[in-house]
Design a protein around this ligand. Structure first.
Ligand code: F6P
Length: 549
C-alpha cells in the first residue's frame, strides 16, 4: 500500500487545531502548568536511557489530544506499516525506504521486488566487520608492508555528514586510526588533507551512492593521481576501497572488486550511515561499537513501531514541531546538544530534515497550501549561550528548541558536568519563566541603583519568557544511545513528512543547481558565446571570474 495522500488541512482535527490555537494563544506555558496539575505525567516519556520532557511547550492537554487525532486522521499508523514493510513509499524514485532493515534486531523478512534482503544485509555487515578488524589489527597492509594508520573518507552529503558526525561524536570510543573527511569540491580542502597524510599508511574510502557526484569523483580522481605519483597503479588495491550502488563506475575507476562494499537503492543517502556508508565509522570505533550504534537505532525503531502514539517519542516530537510550524508560524527549530561531541549534530540534521521535508509539492502532485519543513540550526551548549541565545531569549522570533543533554560525562569530570548540566537545566527554565519587571526592579534596587537609572534600564532586562523547549535527557553518550538519538530524529522526519503529505525520501530540489553548474563549467571555455545564454547578473559574474581566473 502506498502512503496515504491526505491534505492535512482537510482533516477535522486540523480545523479543531485552528480553533484551539485561537483559544490558547494567550495562555502561557506557566499557565498550562497551573491549569494541569498532572502535566508532568502527560508531557514526559521515559524510554530506556531517554527521559523526554516536552512539558515546557505552548501546548495544553487538549491540544495534545487533537494533535494525536490529526495523526490518526492522516493515517500515520498505516503509513508506518507501509514504511517498515518495504512498500515503495519513495514513489518519485520508485524505491522502498529501508534503512530501518539495516539495524533491525531480527533479520528482516522484508522483500524488495520479490527478493529477500536479510541475507545481503548480513553479508555486507560481515564484510565490513572483517575488513575493519583487519585494518585495526594491522593485518591489512599498505603497499610497502606498513599497517594502515589513517583513513580518508571521500564523499559529500549523506556520504560525508553521517560518518563525520558519528566519528566525531564517538571520539571517546575511537581506536588509533586517524580519520579525515574530504567533501568539498574546493581543491584547497583536498590539498589540506593530503598535506597531513602518508600514502604508505593511508586507506581511502570513496563513498558515493551514485558514484557520479561531481565533488566526490573530482576529489577521488585528484587523490588517485597524487597517490599513483608516489606509489603505483598496482598499489591502488591496497589503499582504495569504495562504497556504492554503482558497481560499474567503481570498476571503471579501477577499484578492485574485492574492495567494493555494496549498498542498495532502498537506502537514501542521508539515511545511509547504517549501511556500508558507515565503513569509516566502523573503522574508527571498531565493529562491536558499530553494531551497538545499529542496535540503538533498531531499538528506537521498535519503540516507534510499537509504542502508543501518546508515549511515542518521534511521534510526539513530530506533532509538537508541526503545531509550531503550522499554527504558531515558527519558521525554524534549534537543536542544542550540551556536549562538544555532538557539535555537528545540527549540521547533520540539517541535511536529514531539510533535504527530506523541504518540499512544496504534495503527494498528489499539487502545491501545498500550508507550511512544510522547518529551518534547522543550532550549536553545542554552553557555547551557543554565548553566541545566539540573546536572540532566542529576547529576539522577536519564536524558536522552539530541543535541548539534548547527558546525565553522565564520559570522562567523569564531576565539577564540569555539574556546571554544564546546571546551564542545561537553567536555560529551559529561563526560556519558560523569563523575568518580569517587578523582579528586575527589585534586583536593581537591592544593588542600590538610583530609581531614574532603574526606570531606564528595566525594559532591557525584562525577559518575556514563554519560549518553548523540549528536553532530551539521556543517560550517557554511548554508541547505542547515539544510534537511538539519530533514529529518533529520522522517525520524526517520517512522521512530519506523512502529515504534511509530502515525499520525504527524494531530493529533486538539489538537481537544478548541479545541472547549471555543469553548464557554467562548459561555458568557461567560451565566455563570450555564453554571454547571451544567461541573465545579465550571471553573465557578468562569469566574465569577471574568467577574466581574473
Ligand atoms: O545533494 C544531493 C545528494 O544526492 C544527497 O542526497 C546525497 O547524500 C549526496 O548528494 C551525495 O550523493 P552520492 O552518495 O551519490 O555521492
Amino acid at each position: 500500500m502506498p502512503l496515504p495522500k491526505i491534505n492535512p488541512t482537510t482533516a477535522p482535527a486540523w480545523k479543531k487545531l485552528g480553533l484551539q490555537f485561537e483559544a490558547e494563544k494567550k495562555v502561557t506555558i506557566q499557565q498550562h502548568f497551573k491549569n494541569e496539575p498532572d502535566r508532568m505525567d502527560n508531557f514526559t516519556i521515559q524510554w530506556e536511557d531517554f527521559y523526554i520532557d516536552f512539558s515546557k511547550n505552548r501546548l495544553s492537554k487538549t491540544t495534545k489530544k487533537i494533535l494525536l487525532d490529526l495523526a490518526k486522521e492522516c493515517q500515520l499508523k498505516e503509513a508506518i506499516a507501509a514504511y517498515f514493510e518495504g512498500e515503495k513509499i519513495n514513489e518519485t524514485e520508485h524505491r522502498a525506504v529501508l534503512h530501518t532493515a539495516l539495524r533491525s534486531s531480527k533479520p528482516t523478512s522484508v522483500q524488495v521486488d520479490g527478493q529477500p534482503i536479510a541475507h545481503e544485509i548480513s553479508e555486507v555487515n560481515i564484510q565490513m566487520r572483517n575488513f575493519a578488524q583487519r585494518v585495526i589489527d594491522g593485518v591489512w597492509k599498505g603497499h610497502t608492508g606498513k599497517a594502515i594508520d589513517t583513513i580518508v573518507n571521500i564523499g559529500i552529503g549523506g556520504s560525508d555528514l553521517g560518518p563525520a558526525m558519528v566519528t566525531e561524536a564517538l571520539e571517546y570510543y575511537r581506536n588509533h586510526l586517524t580519520v579525515h573527511f574530504v567533501s568539498n569540491v574546493e581543491g584547497d580542502h583536498v590539498r589540506e588533507v593530503l598535506k597531513k597524510i602518508n600514502p604508505e599508511t593511508t586507506l581511502f574510502v570513496i563513498v558515493s551512492k551514485t558514484f557520479t557526484t561531481q565533488e566526490t569523483i573530482s576529489n577521488a580522481t585528484t587523490i588517485r593521481k597524487w597517490f599513483v605519483a608516489q606509489a603505483s597503479e598496482a598499489a591502488i588495491k591496497d589503499h582504495f576501497v569504495a562504497v556504492s550502488t554503482n558497481l560499474e563506475q567503481i570498476a571503471a575507476f579501477g577499484i578492485a572488486a574485492s574492495n567494493v562494499f555494496p549498498m542498495n537503492d532502498w537506502v537514501g543517502g542521508r539515511f545511509s550511515l547504517w549501511s556500508a556508508v558507515g565503513l569509516s565509522i566502523c573503522l574508527a570505533i571498531g565493529p562491536d561499537a558499530f553494531d551497538q550504534l545499529l542496535a540503538g537505532a533498531g531499538a528506537m525503531d521498535d519503540h516507534f513501531r510499537t509504542a502508543s502514539f501518546e508515549k511515542n517519542i518521534p511521534i510526539m516530537l513530530g506533532l509538537i514541531g508541526l503545531w509550531y510550524n503550522n499554527f504558531w508560524e515558527a519558521e525554524s527549530e534549534a537543536i542544542i546538544p550540551y556536549t562538544q561531541y555532538l557539535r555537528n549534530l545540527p549540521a547533520y540534521l540539517q541535511q536529514g530534515i531539510m533535504e527530506s521535508n523541504g518540499k512544496y509539492v504534495d503527494r498528489n502532485g499539487t502545491p501545498v497550501n500550508y507550511q512544510t519543513g522547518t529551518l534547522i540550526w543550532g550549536a553545542s551548549g554552553t557555547n551557543a549561550q554565548h553566541a545566539f541565545f540573546q536572540l532566542m531569549h529576547q529576539g522577536t522570533k519564536l524558536i522552539p528548541a530541543d535541548f539534548i543533554g547527558f546525565q553522565k560525562s564520559l570522562h567523569a569530570e564531576k565539577d564540569h558536568q555539574d556546571k554544564l548540566m546546571a546551564n542545561f537545566i537553567a536555560q529551559t527554565e529561563a526560556f519558560m519563566t523569563g523575568k518580569n519587571r517587578d523582579q528586575v526592579v527589585t534586583e536593581l534596587q537591592a544593588q542600590g541603583m538610583p530609581q531614574k537609572q532603574i526606570d531606564f534600564l528595566a525594559p532591557y532586562k525584562v525577559f518575556e519568557g514563554n519560549r518553548p523547549t523540549n528536553t532530551l535527557l539521556i543517560e550517557s553518550l554511548t554508541p547505542y544511545n547515539l544510534g537511538a538519538l539519530i533514529a529518533l530524529y529520522e522517525q520524526k522526519i517520517f512522521v512530519q513528512g506523512v502529515l504534511w503529505n509530502i515525499f520525504s525520501y527524494d531530493q529533486w530540489g538539489v538537481e537544478l543547481g548541479k545541472q547549471l553548474a555543469n553548464t557554467i563549467l562548459k561555458d568557461f571555455n567560451d565566455v563570450e558565446k555564453a554571454q547571451n545564454t544567461h541573465d545579465p547578473s550571471t553573465a557578468a559574474l562569469l566574465r569577471i571570474y574568467k577574466q581574473n581566473a
